[in-house]
Design a protein around this ligand. Structure first.
Ligand code: SF4
Ligand code: SF4
Length: 730
């Protein structure tokens, strides 16, 4: 058969060359067992995912496929960092090509030869396949080399090593190398004229070309056996090792919910639900259980987490792995439950979750290892596995979610567990509890009376209209000042600057005055969904009384809440951040500024302002940048008067949080290393004497850092203040 299909002199694949039939049978049986074990492990984990709450994971099929292609095949987030990108792309595409090569080989031998008496891998196509597969093996080896060097020599903090990595990385390298040597000894034995097309195996074969055909074939067979044992082991152990992400990561990307990134999911049936928030994994929708298994342990999230950098007890990577550990423990307990049920003991009922009764024997789980050692039997998810201080350390800055290559949503996990603490346990940090009480009673965190919301307008040389005094005709712009803009003395200056700009531009606008109340951003992110929904519904009712074209706000947190979260309760508005609106006013020449008015006249700025060196840097607010993709408008304002804009090392979508988001602005911080101190150091490193901000919380946090660190040669200004200062009024 071989000489007919592969006549001498024709490049052609010799399927099962040198492998006798009994050995082929052993191969098939062993591989079937190995793949069976792998499938069993995967199925057990899938059954555990199914214990989550119902949620759509297979609707909008086309959109899901496109997303999976973008993140799992093209891997656009992995491409953001050069070294890991080179490493992962080498491994991924090398393995994909080798897999395709294996399929082609099987088709050639087991379909084309057996059924059609023909060859698929023959002639030029075969030679091309040789080149491609050898290159693929080389890619994998380079990828493995980069991975091993980084994990074991460079050892960045974000990467961990344990038996799984110690096992899989060398084993993969072993499989690839034995595969290449199998090929090399085949070439050494047969010495085909086209051997150089095996561009990696051929050079390896050269030292062995002096061997007799029998000796080379003997070594070939031994190496083939060793190679296939390695392949079988990697298949059988796959659900236990880090390689499991080959399945879980694309699965997670596929089933993840489609969502507006700035909008937290509301708690449904808030008034009647018996369980609020998440205190058990079974309280999570099932795609969120896939989430915790999808983690590749790449540590990108940890590397960008400002809380981790400030030595706070939070690593988003550890958070996910601890949840995975808890999921594994759930599986272990269910195995025990299974055994007890089989033995006739009724105490399996202790493992039931309220509303989600144990299905007992339907689950028997092969546990997955985790770097987490926190999840052991009897431990509470919130408090033991995930510590309270971990949850309260998060600023919800979104940096981790933004970086995660496999679309894991740590912020949702944090807020859901905070919801449990706030709504079921009433267990929240005392300073935050005071703030939430202030919001509940006074409608603002400052505990100021409502009637003083418009007090900032006193002393202005023009009138600021109030909506309730505006007639039926309404206004173009309803200006949502926000609590900080209305009550915080430093931010009141920003508010006045914006008022001046609107006045000079002749904008038809009005504020709500004492009808405005907190949007509820902090309450929602602190887990008090009840307070948030109460505020949201009241605000929407107020807003819906009036006629206006758009809402303008200077607070990115209000902006995000009004734009992305109020639609959940029927409040659909066009919302603009003040930087966007002022940029439009400048672009359309509704206002004009004197260029050079700040940088060229440092001595005229007077007072206690430091000497200006003409350079400004800009600190991106998370809720304007990462959450809502606005990076240009504030920079346009920062440069408008002629200042030179210098960027920080971590800027735009990589910007470090100021430390004030996620209700953290209202919490006491005891540490010597703080997020706002770290950000201040990054600002100072630019050499700029001024930092532009575009968020009242950033203003508070950076002014606080400046004061605490005794930094005197730096001005913190909202970019609207820069425009207002340079405004040509006449
Ligand atoms: S949202 Fe920000 S602070 Fe919270 S875990 Fe992620 S990176 Fe860390
Ligand atoms: S959560 Fe995402 S970014 Fe963080 S370690 Fe896991 S895969 Fe990497």
């Amino acid at each position: 058969m071989e000489t007919i299909l592969c006549p001498p002199g024709v490049p052609c694949r010799l399927g099962w060359w040198n492998i006798p039939i009994p050995l082929r049978i052993v191969f098939f049986v062993t591989m079937a067992i190995a793949v069976g074990i792998m499938v069993y492990g995967i199925v057990q984990r899938v059954r555990l995912w199914r214990k989550g709450l119902p949620e759509a994971g297979f609707d909008r099929l086309w959109a899901r496929l496109v997303r999976t292609f973008k993140y799992a095949v093209v891997q656009i987030r992995i491409l953001r960092q050069r070294y890991p990108a080179a490493m992962h792309l080498g491994l991924f595409w090398g393995m994909v090509l080798l897999f395709i090569g294996t399929i082609l080989g099987s088709l050639d031998t087991d379909v084309f030869e057996l059924i059609f008496n023909a060859k698929l891998l023959r002639g030029d196509f075969y030679l091309l396949e040789k080149v491609v597969l050898d290159l693929a093996a080389l890619f994998v080896l380079v990828g493995l080399g980069l991975a091993i060097y980084r994990r074991y020599v460079v050892k960045p903090d974000r990467l961990n090593t344990d038996w799984r990595f110690n096992f899989t990385l060398p084993l993969l390298a072993f499989i690839i190398l034995t595969g290449l040597f199998v090929e090399a000894f085949r070439l050494a034995a047969l010495k085909p004229a086209w051997a150089p097309f095996s561009i990696v195996a051929y050079p390896l074969s050269l030292p062995f070309r002096g061997l007799s055909e029998g000796a080379a074939a003997g070594v070939h067979r031994v190496l083939w056996i060793i190679h296939f044992i390695g392949v079988a082991v990697i298949f059988a152990t796959l659900p236990l090792t880090n390689l499991f992400h080959i399945f879980t990561s694309p699965a997670n990307i596929f089933v993840a919910p489609f969502r507006v990134k700035g909008a937290l999911k509301p708690i449904a049936n808030l008034e009647t639900a018996e369980e609020l928030g998440v205190s058990k994994l079974t309280h999570l929708p099932w795609p969120r259980l896939v989430n915790v298994d999808a983690c590749t342990e790449c540590g990108r999230c940890q590397a960008v987490c400002p809380a981790y950098a400030a030595q706070q007890p939070l690593s988003p990577k550890k958070l996910v792995l601890d949840l995975r550990g808890a999921l594994t423990e759930t599986g272990r307990q269910r195995i025990e439950t299974d055994k007890r049920i089989t033995a006739g003991s009724p105490d399996h009922l202790v493992t039931q979750s309220p509303g989600h009764p144990s299905t007992g024997s339907e689950l028997a789980l092969r546990p997955l290892p985790s770097t987490s050692r926190g999840a052991t039997k009897g431990q509470a998810l919130v408090g033991d596995v995930i510590k309270h201080e971990t949850l309260w350390s998060c600023t919800t800055c979104y940096a981790c979610v933004y970086e995660c290559p496999v679309l894991i949503e740590q912020v949702d996990d944090v807020v859901d567990m905070r919801r449990y603490l706030a709504l079921m346990e009433g267990d929240i940090p005392s300073s935050l509890a005071t703030t939430l009480t202030n919001i509940e009673r006074s409608g603002n965190p400052w505990k100021q009376p409502k009637r003083k919301r418009g007090a900032w307008t006193q002393g202005l040389d023009f009138e600021v209209p109030v909506m309730k005094n505006v007639g039926e005709e309404g206004v173009d712009v309803l200006w949502w000042v926000g609590c900080a803009g209305a009550y915080d003395p430093r931010n009141q200056k920003v508010t006045k600057a914006i008022a001046k700009i609107l006045h000079v531009a002749g904008v038809s606008f009005a504020i709500l005055g004492d009808e405005e109340t907190c949007t509820g951003d902090s309450a929602r992110r602190a887990g008090n969904e009840y307070l948030f929904q109460t505020l949201a519904k009241a605000n929407i009712e107020t807003l819906n009384q009036y006629k206006f074209k758009l809402i303008l706000t200077q607070c990115p947190h209000c902006y995000n809440t009004l734009l992305n979260e109020y639609p959940q309760f029927g409040g659909n508005y066009q919302v603009m951040h003040h930087t966007q609106y002022i940029e439009a006013l400048l672009a359309e020449e509704n206002i004009k500024v004197r260029r050079g008015s700040v940088a060229d006249r440092p001595q005229q700025r007077g007072g206690d302002q430091p000497q200006h060196n003409g350079r400004i840097t800009f600190h991106d607010p998370c809720y304007l940048g990462r959450y809502n993709d606005e990076y240009e408008a504030p920079r346009y304002l920062a440069r408008s008067s002629g200042l030179e804009l210098v960027e920080m090392a971590q800027t735009r979508d990589k910007a470090m949080c100021c430390g004030g988001g996620g209700a953290r602005v209202w919490m006491e911080d005891e540490g010597q290393v703080r997020i706002n101190y770290n950000r201040l150091a990054q600002i100072q490193a630019t050499g700029a004497r001024e930092v532009g901000v575009a968020c009242p919380f950033c203003m508070i946090m950076l002014e606080d850092a400046k004061g605490a660190r005794g930094v005197e040669d730096l001005v913190v200004r909202d970019v609207a203040e820069i425009v207002a200062e340079a405004l040509i009024s006449e």
